[in-house]
Design a protein around this ligand. Sequence first.
Ligand code: KIV
Ligand code: NA
Length: 269
Amino acid sequence: QNRQLTPADIRARKGGPPIVCLTAYTTPVAKLADPACDLVLVGDSVGMVLHGLPSTLGVTMEMMILHGQAVARGLRRALMVVDMPFGSYEESPEQALRNAARLMRETGAAAVKLEGGGAMAETIRFLTRRSIPVLAHVGLTPQAIHTLGGYKVQGRGADRARVLADARAVAEAGAFGAVLEKVPAALADEITGEIDIPTIGIGASAGCDGQILVVDDMLGLFAEFRPKFVKRYAHLAEDAERAIATYAAEVRARTFPAQEHIFADEAGV
Ligand code: KIV
Ligand code: NA
């Protein structure tokens, strides 16, 4: 496939080969992810991952636009989706449309993602009927940290019906896919079997129609943060730590820069 994937392409992958998704926040990482991924999400996790915020609540439209523009420059094949930040869509369908349109206009993204199930169904319907493809996000929704009371598994026991109803509501409202975050595997499988749009799992199940991870987490660019659902495919923080320690030692020993890194008085030497 030579053209960039569309929300309709992703939607059509329901029940097909798993949809490969990662987050990205910068041009170079978007370039690395693009050949292997179907969908690249400019997640509001950028606030925690790159800006040191304690949660995603402090993320602004301006941050999403700046990072969205950077990611867009690195993508040729993967669909780009931009997260709607906390407070930019919950008030009304009209507010959501205004901000979603701004995200798409200023970044070139073909779709937005927003958090919430039944409570957001009317907004998802409003946007999708007005030319804005929406990726939904149910289960653990990090913008709701203060009402959920922590980053806990969602949909266990008596809570199962709520998460199932949320997934049904967003599918029914017209979302082209739904992220399922941190829900029991059996529930993720049940939802995947029941709704007619692709499910993208994170801390969910291999039976989902696709998977997503935060790229810095799976590359091990963090030392501290290790949720159970993140598999580390590399340990770049340790590599970087070693590299920086070696650089510091060489500067102190005056062995860097060496002959090959410096310039002679005459050109061409
Ligand atoms: O912000 C984010 O990175 C996300 C994914 C983890 C789904 O919403
Ligand atoms: Na997010």
